[in-house]
Design a protein around this ligand. Sequence first.
Ligand code: FAD
Length: 413
Amino acid sequence: AERGDQVSAASLGDPANAVELAPPERIVVVGGGLAGLRTVEELRAQGYAGQLTLIGAESRPPYDRPPLSKRLMAGDVDDTSLRDELGSLGALVRLGERAERIGDGVLCTDRDEHPFDRLAISTGARPVALPGPGRQRFLRTLDDALTLRETLVPGARLAIIGAGWIGAELATVAVSRGCQVTVVEAAQTPLAATMGQEIGALTAAWYRGAGVELVLGQAVESVQDGGLALAGGGWLAADEIVTAVGVRPDTAWLESSGVKLDNGVAVDELLRSSVPGIYAIGDCAAFWSGRYGRRLRPEHWDVALRGPVTLAANLIGGSERYDPVPYFWSEQFGRMLQYVGDHQSAEQLVWRGSPGGERWAACWLTGGKLVALLAVGLPRDLQQGRRLIESASLVDEGRLADPAVSLREAART
Ligand code: FAD
């Protein structure tokens, strides 16, 4: 049954195939984050000269999110706005306007109606909140980040719920600003869901080394005034609480639109949704990956940056497949982590270098081929590993495990 589901998921876009769509004259892009901005840029770069509208719920022009938990939180920058090119792209830009539903060829917002021939959805994701009446902060928007930064004063007791990517990055900066930081994590290690417990356990030592208190295997029941009610009856007092337990695609507004949702907007390899003329990309889109034989919704900056190249081509009549090897990075506790690939069904894990040290990599193999790589402090390995994964090369395990041998040379010839 599962296989059958996958096949139907892969061919989701077929209805659009069957309908001959006339070349578009009015394209609406909804969601003014990186993916929305890049879609507008790419449409113009690829020669689309028709009407173009960008609608974003935030009142700020598009900005970059990765620095919010890094350089901006550290106080090195105050703004992460993206190149202010929107003015020169000949697009109608409507900020502070929220899409509410899709009618027949029209996007309805809280202010207006925008007819379209093609609609690109890039409404991203929003953080999950926990129960309870206490004030919980999040770290998703530039405004979230600026407000949160104000509270990171020496001695402040900061409780972070979730030892994922954002929790780790925030803990790094908060402790360096003199806060007393406690991270509470329900799983047995940090990063357990994405990287697995073996790797997560290695990163637990980084928290402790930085002076962050890490409480593992502890679920939070609710957020109260002045602290966290812990499952099992405990209490953790805190001046500020940040919930960083993940995000969900921002697609609730699409529920009665007829657009198929499946952990985000379900799109095929051409980024087409179940409704002809409607496409999606970025954190809100679960795209079919031919490479991995299932839907992916990676929540990575790289998808929002590069996916729009393919999306724009298809919006104006192309039929390009989007099938990337996923990539992301994280900067935590003085280390640069970079991950490429997908290890969900990998058969084997090979360590490269000593995983207790400052620089090492975890290499996942299937059928003798490298399928994913986590590089800590090894940017060159990341680059070379990405090429090995993309080319599906067979690798020599012994050479792979030897950090003195370049990854490029680990390919079997
Ligand atoms: P978003 O950036 O979420 O933009 C979507 C926009 O759509 C938002 O402005 C939203 O308000 C708007 N919107 C939502 N609903 C509506 C509606 N109904 N009508 C109109 N507009 C709407 N990735 C990495 O790979 N590496 C990192 O180090 C990294 N660090 C990160 C740090 C932080 C603090 C955060 C929050 C994310 C980080 N990411 C990182 C993830 C990366 O930033 C996201 O993958 C990327 O921002 C996704 O872009 P997007 O345009 O798809 O969505």
